[in-house]
Design a protein around this ligand. Structure first.
Ligand code: ATP
Length: 217
């Protein structure tokens, strides 16, 4: 991917996607609309630093993601984290994405409220905003921290004016409410292990891939 030649905002949505499901697809679609971006780049994580390694390969997770978003022109897969040998740290990813953008081009990194609460355990977390804005979507069981270093950091960088953020490259935190479907990858894996149907939780094409490759059984 070469340097971008326009100032259109770029949105990144990372995850384990083990497997991708309709909750992820709904959020990514709403992000594209909210931020008015041409594309949301969905980034599968290679070696989640905060979790034990998943039982399905990174290539299979990427394949399911690609199948799921094939009919969605605004969603694209970004497999850069799968090409790195080291664990996937967001700060490294953001740095490489930023290098490919124009200096004033806004970059939005989208995370859930659950992730925000422990963001201070991430590698070089206070530098994240050098490269991007962080967009935080609410989750039913998670609230923003009210005291401590993350709360102070939020207070310093929070901005509720999305139009203003779209005019600058990086540096702010924005909170929003997106539709949270009650679906998780864990639920899907558990249902498969029990022999239950996973139809309508993830696209049919992903259901077929999982069945063909006997994943999560
Ligand atoms: P697991 O059940 O394995 O923990 P997950 O379903 O939470 O997985 P991830 O790949 O870990 O999926 O999530 C990637 C991103 O998507 C995270 O930011 C997470 O907060 C968000 N997310 C996951 N499920 C939903 C959902 N149903 N609605 C909205 N966002 C979701």
């Amino acid at each position: 991917m070469g340097k971008s030649d326009n100032n259109m905002a770029v949105a990144l949505f990372g995850g384990t996607f083990n497997p991708i499901h309709n909750g992820h697809l709904r959020i990514a679609t709403e992000l594209a609309e909210l931020l008015q971006v041409d594309h949301v780049r969905m980034l599968p994580c290679a070696f989640p630093p905060h979790r034990s390694n998943p039982q399905v390969t990174a290539e299979q997770r990427l394949a399911m993601l690609q199948i799921a978003i094939a009919p969605q022109p605004r969603l694209i897969a970004d497999d850069r984290e799968l090409h790195r040998a080291a664990p996937s740290y967001s700060i490294d990813t953001l740095q490489t994405v930023r290098e490919q953008l124009a200096p004033q081009q806004p970059l939005f990194f989208c995370i859930g409220m659950d992730a925000l609460g422990n963001i201070n355990s991430w590698q070089r977390w206070q530098e994240l905003l050098h490269y991007c804005h962080i967009l935080v979507s609410s989750r039913p069981c998670a609230e923003a921290p009210k005291s401590g270093p993350v709360a102070d950091w939020i207070a310093q960088h929070r901005c509720d004016d999305l139009e203003a953020l779209q005019q600058k490259a990086a540096g702010n935190i924005y909170f929003c409410d997106l539709t949270m479907l009650d679906i998780s990858s864990t639920t899907i894996r558990n249902k498969i292990a029990r022999g239950d149907s996973i139809h309508f939780l993830t696209p049919d094409t992903v259901v077929e891939y999982i069945q063909q490759h006997h994943l999560y059984e």
